[in-house]
Design a protein around this ligand. Sequence first.
Ligand SMILES: Cc1ncc(COP(=O)(O)O)c(C=O)c1O
Length: 381
Amino acid sequence: MDREPSSASIATRAAHAGGGAHGDARSLAPPIDLSTTFERDAGGEYSGGFIYARDDNPNRRALESALAELEGGVAAAAFASGSAAAMTVFQALRPGDHVVAAHDSYYSIRQMLDDVFVPWGLTVTYADCSDLDALAGALRPSTRIVFIETPSNPMMRVTDIAGAAILAHEAGALLVCDNTLPTPVLQRPLEHGADLVVHATTKYLAGNHDTMGGALVGARHDELWQRIRAQQRLGGAIPSPFASWLTLRGVTSLVPRVRWQNQSALAIARFLADHPAVRDVLCPDLPSHPQHAIAAKQSAGSGGLFSFRLRGGAEKALSVASRLGLFRRATSFGGPESLVEHRASVEGAASKTPDDLLRLAIGLEESTDLIADLAQALEAG
Ligand SMILES: Cc1ncc(COP(=O)(O)O)c(C=O)c1O
């Protein structure tokens, strides 16, 4: 499989992530290799490089190689979902280990820690990691992992990755960063000192609302990475060859999609910030965002997702969501269609998300059309 020289820009490298011409037919689209098992040579070797598909297979290996390359890591491990990827990080720890997690990490990850890993023996402290003093205060001698998500979903708080890495390392812990929202197009946490990157590839990387997946990207082949690989192989929470293929296909168009979605999100956030029905816009790309300076220092934009709060509380928020025409009322983000979501009612009774908040996932439509849709819904709602 041919690979582009790594000096090319990220757009070029991503566009060529399919790996060039394959096989005797010189196919530019990579073939999907469904085989679960691979033949051994008469002499006992596996000269094809694969043994059994749970351990490794051609489509997953191609995806992992592309993701490692885009994030600037030494290796990547692909999983069946973003949650399976995050779960593998915690499974790689030992009972008694302590985790500091951002208090507003994606709610399913907090639920996973509380319902699965605390009973299993991890201790967890939630901290506002956008405040480095609060993060420092949560660290203990037994802390192994600091788990941040920046920007966070859906509150869009920003954590200083380099600052968090210094604090974690001084305490003998590793920094794990969920980079699902900005993607490597806009932010590469390993360049700022993070040790491990988490992705829900379900979102922007696959990019079409049609494929679940997750990934971890490691900065080093260290002990944690060895345990992650063992967990991936032994647990088998892996993407199928087809899911790997779809995700890699998504990667080839990732850069223009994310740049477009980021630009549209900024135009829409500016429109909303000036609207009298809007109480606040939570978008790190706006200079009014409390952590705008940190966001600008460590990323080229916060991506296509942001939230806004309405004057008039939950009733107004739900009414605006119900009147939108182009925005689909659905969870998730990263696909071609723009989505609107009232997060508090999706997250349930334990949600800390304000009930006047709507989250927008900007798709690939023209931003002027989306602004017109929001304008009519805000007037009517
Ligand atoms: C930031 C973030 N991390 C992880 C996940 C979990 O990914 P998945 O739904 O693929 O399990 C999500 C899902 O929305 C997410 O938004």
